[in-house]
Ligand binder design. Structure first.
Ligand SMILES: [Ca+2]
Ligand SMILES: [Ca+2]
Ligand SMILES: [Ca+2]
Length: 343
């Protein structure tokens, strides 16, 4: 039997130890949540490969000897840190693949990122529809599901913009069908197009209408035109080989010449879901990751995206404006910027 005084001492000691432990615990500072150091802007360019275009080799500038890595870095220099420089993707199929230092979260019911470009609307009162310089780029997204820091082939999904869903619903569709019967208003998911390197560059700066030959997998072929305003080569100069082939979705042609006397082209805006299709500050420049679809066009759910690819979506020469070419000047994470844009 333990004497009472020993028991009491033991109890008092236990109490002391417990109190000391609680006091000790109280003094341990709670870990503060780490401040967000993620950038809301593009931090990586994995690949920049524009198609033939009047700004190719200029935005950004190619210099003799530049490699693919040099051009990736030059594109990143224009797009990082909210710099808002301009990067051209050239004609149909030309693309850029970019990455971020974090996953852009797919918030339910909200737009998730914004693609900046140089689209603008014409101030002409003649327009019955929103139109001007709308050069839609198709957007693809990848969630790094296997966490290897790369967009693997099976991680890519396409954002189904309005013409993917139903091109006949574009407000200008019926107008173009009746007023521009030569316009190809189909939307193809399995398009393929090859550009052939020209044997030589023009000697003068006059218009050269048979400058760069192209051919698609729908039985069409033609030439990309050299215009007098842009003297540099239009075929990306760091690419080796005699031809360049791109694959993807091709959108309906959206350019319309309003004047039969002197060419005056306007490019009609698609409803939603594309890059460089609406002014950068408008809601139609923002994207909901929930619009992603697989190759069969079925909706997929992605928790977020780590990589984004954008490629020019229209194949069309627009007289005085030159070829339809998507330009981008950045991508922003709407959630990090606290821009609340309900879908
Ligand atoms: Ca969302
Ligand atoms: Ca991956
Ligand atoms: Ca543009």
């Amino acid at each position: 039997m333990t004497p009472h005084y020993i028991q009491r001492t033991f109890t008092a000691l236990t109490l002391l130890i417990v109190l000391a432990f609680v006091a000790c615990k109280k003094e341990t500072p709670r870990p503060e949540p780490l401040p967000t150091t993620h950038s809301p802007y593009i931090t990586r360019v994995l690949e920049y490969l524009p198609a033939v275009g009047q700004f190719t080799n200029e935005l950004p500038k190619y210099e003799a000897g530049d490699t693919q890595e040099d051009m990736n870095r030059k594109a990143l220099d224009e797009l990082k840190d909210n710099k808002r420089g301009l990067v051209t993707l050239g004609g149909w199929g030309g693309y850029i693949v970019v990455g971020f230092d974090h996953t852009i979260t797919n918030v339910a019911g909200q737009r998730d990122f914004r693609v900046l470009g140089n689209a603008f609307y014409s101030s002409s009162k003649k327009e019955a529809f929103e139109a001007g310089s709308c050069e839609p780029g198709i957007i693809m997204v990848a969630y790094d599901a296997n966490h290897n820091g790369r967009p693997d082939e099976d991680e890519w999904y396409e954002i189904a913009g309005s013409a993917h869903v139903d091109p006949t619903q574009e407000p200008w569709y019926a107008f173009l069908k009746s007023h521009a019967p030569q316009a190809d208003l189909n939307c193809y998911r399995d398009f393929e197009m090859t550009y052939y390197r020209p044997a030589n560059e023009p000697a003068s700066n006059e218009v050269w209408s048979t400058y760069i030959r192209w051919q698609d997998n729908k039985g069409n072929s033609g030439y990309k035109v050299k215009n007098p305003f842009h003297a540099q080569p239009y075929f990306p100069q760091w690419v080796k080989g005699d031809k360049l082939t791109f694959r993807g979705t091709r959108l309906p042609q959206n350019g319309y010449n309003q004047s039969s006397e002197s060419p005056y082209y306007v490019l009609y805006k698609f409803r939603y879901g594309y890059a460089d299709n609406a002014p950068s500050d408008s809601k139609d420049a923002t994207i909901d990751i929930d619009w992603a679809v697989d190759k069969q066009g079925r909706k997929v759910y992605l928790p977020g995206v780590d990589f984004i690819k954008i490629y020019t979506g229209v194949n069309q020469e627009n007289g005085n404006l030159g070829e339809c070419s998507t330009e981008i000047s950045g991508i922003t994470d709407l959630h990090l910027l606290k821009e609340d844009i309900p879908n």
